[in-house]
Design a protein around this ligand. Sequence first.
Ligand SMILES: NC(=O)c1ccc[n+]([C@@H]2O[C@H](COP(=O)([O-])OP(=O)(O)OC[C@H]3O[C@@H](n4cnc5c(N)ncnc54)[C@H](O)[C@@H]3O)[C@@H](O)[C@H]2O)c1
Length: 325
Amino acid sequence: MKVLITGGAGFVGSHLAEKYLERGDDVYIIDDLSTGTLENIKHLQEDENHRNKLFVTIDSILNHDIMLELVGTCDVILHMAAAVGVQYILDNPLLSIVTNIKGTEVVLELCNKFRKKVLIASTSEVYGKHTHAPLVETDNIIYGPSTKFRWSYAAAKLMDEFTALAYHRTKKLSVVIIRLFNTIGPRQTGRYGMVIPRFVQQALRNEAITVYGDGTQTRTFTYVGDVVGAITKLIECSDAIGDVTNIGGAEEITIGNLAERVKEITNSTSEIKFISYDEAYTKDFEDMQRRVPSIEKIEKLINWKPTTNLDDILNKVIDYCRVNE
Ligand SMILES: NC(=O)c1ccc[n+]([C@@H]2O[C@H](COP(=O)([O-])OP(=O)(O)OC[C@H]3O[C@@H](n4cnc5c(N)ncnc54)[C@H](O)[C@@H]3O)[C@@H](O)[C@H]2O)c1
């Protein structure tokens, strides 16, 4: 099978590329390296078992001609490319909206043209400001005002979901939409606001571990290997077509406790410092207090549950950062 992974030089995309190459598939990647890096796929390009089956194009998904060729060539499209990370979205508000709305439109239009199955990566951010748990795919959505730019990411991804569902309803296109909750593991960068790589890097350098807000906000974290396993199964599950499915973990932790855990596991002498959101970001920022997925649907669809616990994931990230930072 030929698999096109948009954003394949990114964190999740590079793990997907590895998985499909290991299965013996041909993997095509398009990435503009805006947040991804060739370092993420260098080991695949250098591996003699993989290098003849890996085809990398450095370009934008907004380049219609290139995308026409790639979508036409491949059997399945995994659309992971996006402007991501709170910091990146706040720093690049217009480009982020264009990438996340127009880019997905290009992907869907071409998948429809060539009748190719497509998976669209959406996000738990789509749920907005809920405080209840767990979040179910059919829940209502609550956002802050449009002057707070952090919501533009959620709104753009929501629009991607609507567009994909509209292609399914009107054109019978095979689309699978996933809402990823915080996914972590080696190769995720802390540069754009991702919390775990940032905490680990600070702890390893014995610098202050900076918790934004009062640290009572909670998250769940899922290992990228578990997520990739879910994606490869979901794209082959006929009951997932034309629908939205959460992928995430169930182990809820406050960000304050997460900082403590990272400090303990790394044996760091770092102090834990609390910084207000206004200081950390800008006035465009609002946080979500809680984000825990219901995984009832995915369990029913593909009998999936995350199997890697938080301490094991943290150890994998710490080992990676010790070697690569
Ligand atoms: N990692 C998470 O916790 C998480 C959570 C929710 C949703 N997601 C979604 O999963 C997908 C992958 O995220 P990730 O964590 O791997 O982030 P990432 O930044 O590592 O990956 C995104 C990739 O897309 C590429 N890209 C951006 N704009 C592009 C463009 N115009 N053309 C081509 N490539 C472009 C980037 O260079 C990068 O390699 C995204 O769609 C994201 O919204 C991730």
